[in-house]
Design a protein around this ligand. Structure first.
Ligand code: C5P
Length: 220
């Protein structure tokens, strides 16, 4: 079974996806972490994000894996654990530009589809139910008020030790959503057969219960 979860930035996708994967004993893949990892590589190697041929020429040097460490998923880039580094504001500010590059998307979508061939899976992102797994058994589209999303992401980032203001977080969410919904290749849209959850007033437990109900309904 494949569960595809898409939605806007910081509306709780990965929290729900992780909880669902745990409850179902499925594998969880954070596809956003893959776009973040590519962004990390490109910035580190000073590859301009608007130079598509330059980006394309280094894609073969990028190897992304996931490892379970102390019960948590860690993103590994060419053997280096970059799980913390890819959550930084610098990555937040560039990742949507990276994700708009078709050759980057092609490489990552192929890897995501390969993972989906051999696992029961929960994957979250922006194009999982539309492009990566258009035939996913369960599709969920998440949304929440911008102010709720801003507050949640602000608490998450400051909790990780990042020095950032609420206003910077809000502007970044708006900007990422703008780029993600308007890019030409695989823009963020709700799949026609996705079930929508507005998480604004829901606790993580309520979100999990809602999703489990949706899955049980579909399984029947
Ligand atoms: O999910 P997360 O916020 O970590 O994703 C970071 C960025 O990666 C998104 O803003 C989007 O630009 C890109 N992304 C994407 N397609 C996906 C997952 C993430 O374009 N499937």
């Amino acid at each position: 079974l494949i569960v595809a979860i898409d939605g806007y930035a910081a509306c709780g996708k990965s929290t729900l996806a992780k909880a669902l994967a745990k409850a179902l004993d499925y594998r969880y893949i954070d596809s956003g972490a893959m776009y973040r990892a590519v962004t990390y590589f490109l910035l580190k190697n000073s590859i301009p994000l608007d130079d598509e041929p330059a980006v394309e020429s280094v894609l073969k040097d990028i190897h992304i894996e996931f490892e379970r460490i102390d019960g948590n998923n860690h993103t590994i880039l060419n053997g280096e654990d970059i799980e913390e580094a890819i959550r930084s504001q610098r990555i937040n500010q560039h990742v949507s530009l990276t994700a708009a590059i078709p050759s980057v998307r092609k490489k990552l979508v192929e890897q995501q589809q390969r993972i989906g061939q051999r696992n029961n899976l929960v994957m979250d992102g922006r194009d999982i139910g539309t492009v990566v797994f258009p035939h996913a058994d369960v599709k969920i589209f998440m949304n929440a008020d911008l102010d709720v999303r801003t507050r949640r992401r602000y608490l998450e980032l400051t909790g990780l030790g990042f020095d950032i203001s609420m206003d910077e977080v809000k502007r970044n969410l708006i900007e990422r959503d703008r780029i993600d919904t308007t890019r030409e290749d695989s823009p963020l849209i709700k799949a026609p057969d996705a079930v929508e959850i507005d998480t604004s007033g829901l606790s993580p437990e309520e979100q999990l219960n809602t999703a489990i109900k949706i899955i049980n309904r579909i399984r029947e």
